[in-house]
Write a protein that binds this ligand. Sequence first.
Ligand code: HEC
Length: 211
Amino acid sequence: MQKDFPACSTTPGKGFSEYGQPSTFESNTKRTIAKAYGDLAPGTGSARTPLEKLTYQGPKLGQLASANDVKRFDISVGPDGINLPMGIGTPKSGELVYTNKCQSCHGEKGQGKPADALIGGINSLAGNKPIRTVGSFWPYATTLFDYTRRAMPLNSPKSLNNDEVYAVSAYILFLNGIVTEEFEVNEKTLASIQMPNRNGFIDYSQRPREP
Ligand code: HEC
């Protein structure tokens, strides 16, 4: 669910802006145009002043994002755990989140179907049939938190609170045999979890150069 976006007023005649508060861009434009045309305060002349006409031709691309708008999207967590929010969860508390919010797409205990399996495939990557899952493929547990927080559940992203994201991450790690059932996942312990494929990636920039 999208929320917190200020409603756009389409009522014309509210000064020179159609969107409630004039943006900095509009204010600057107004100043520039007003300078060029002299004093053209809206509403003092006939139906429309040249200033209003010009402003109505603007691109109307919306408002500047507020600090609050940006905050909702500024949630990237680094592999080393940088920017992880405070919170805590265990596989036990995560099981409930998983059953209610994830199982319908990812299957019982993360086995998959209709969407991706979230378990299994550990040690399969070098074989003939590599199975890539969070457990077998992802090198950092912090990515599981970051991805789940921003993108899952698919039908309602960003609807889980931080404790729920920690908990469901803990549960998925537990299902993969990476942490024990009692393990507390929080902003400090998550980055310390050693994922099975942590060292399986090759730094392509360091490859030997062809002659
Ligand atoms: C409505 C269906 C749906 C629900 C509910 C859902 N997911 Fe997903 N999930 C998907 C789909 C589809 C993908 C693949 C998305 C893609 O590849 O872009 C996915 C991908 C993922 C992945 C990445 C898997 C990989 O190996 O790349 C993870 C992790 C994940 N989901 C976790 C969760 C968690 C945790 C929940 C519950 C909080 C959840 N999902 C709920 C549909 C769902």
